[in-house]
Ligand binder design. Structure first.
Ligand SMILES: Nc1ncnc2c1ncn2[C@@H]1O[C@H](COP(=O)(O)OP(=O)(O)OP(=O)(O)O)[C@@H](O)[C@H]1O
Ligand SMILES: [Mg+2]
Length: 234
């Protein structure tokens, strides 16, 4: 579904991604793991269309994405939940969720879709008319995830979804990801909580200083204490 070949990215003169190769097949959860500053967010942003200076190739369902604006990629079914939650602070929860429907092929009535999305996280349903800026950090993260899911994307990219969320809700969130997978969702996940992420992932790539240094099945990585210690310690 997603085929990344020789992906490079620059911030000005700084060469941040060095020929990344990475695949995500339909129905897979693939995890991208690495230390702070390794290039995880830059990789997701490059796929989403949010980095100006990139090279190589990113194919999504057989079509080249590089060069296309971010909104076109979104309309093709690629959802991205950034590390810095991009909720719209001036809108309430319902209005933020409605934004996610812009790219939706859903025939379902809007109110029903919003209701279902808010029910993913009951805390959101309780706060449906609350201004998004007054939500707590964790609630904003839930809103960002629900808004990405409401469009029923073909591929969802999540950048550290558990960050700032209390452990009990993190467990619920990962259960949700597992459930989405069983319903056929495809996920590219960046997560510092490596054990939790590998427990639901099929495969994982390890990135270090902008290059993929290792890839393996999630089960193999979970059992590999040496690799984990070398590349996964925060
Ligand atoms: N806008 C920017 N301008 C210049 N350099 C940047 C910019 N954004 C990121 N970088 C640099 O690019 C490198 C990769 O950053 P990136 O955000 O992709 O890392 P990351 O793996 O997501 O790290 P973290 O785990 O801390 O989120 C880092 O060295 C970072 O300092
Ligand atoms: Mg990051």
């Amino acid at each position: 579904m997603l085929k990344i070949r020789g992906l490079e990215a620059w911030y000005g003169a700084s060469h941040v991604l060095q020929k990344i190769d990475l695949d995500v097949a339909r129905g897979e959860i693939v995890c991208l793991i690495g230390r702070n500053g390794a290039g995880k967010t830059t990789t997701l942003k490059s796929v989403a269309g949010l980095i100006d200076k990139v090279g190589g190739s990113v194919e999504f369902e057989g079509e080249e994405l590089l060069g296309l604006p971010a909104h076109v990629r979104f309309h093709r079914g690629l959802a991205y939940v950034p590390e810095e939650r991009r909720i719209v602070p001036g809108l309430d929860v319902r209005e933020n969720l409605r934004l996610g429907l812009i790219a939706s092929p859903l025939k379902k009535r809007e109110t029903q879709a919003i209701r279902e999305a808010s029910m993913i996280f009951p805390r959101l349903a309780e706060r449906i008319t609350q201004s998004a800026i007054t939500l707590s950090g964790g609630e904003q993260q839930m809103l960002a995830i629900a808004r990405a899911l409401i469009s029923q994307p073909k591929l969802i990219m999540l950048d550290e979804p558990s960050e700032g969320i209390m452990p009990v809700l993190v467990d619920e969130m990962f259960e949700l990801f597992g459930k989405l997978k069983s319903q056929g969702a495809t996920i590219l996940l960046v997560e510092q909580n490596v054990e939790l992420a590998l427990a639901i992932a099929d495969r994982a790539y390890i990135i270090d200083q902008g290059a993929i240094v290792h890839h393996a099945t999630a089960a193999a990585l979970l059992a590999d204490a040496e690799i984990q210690e070398k590349y996964c310690a925060v």
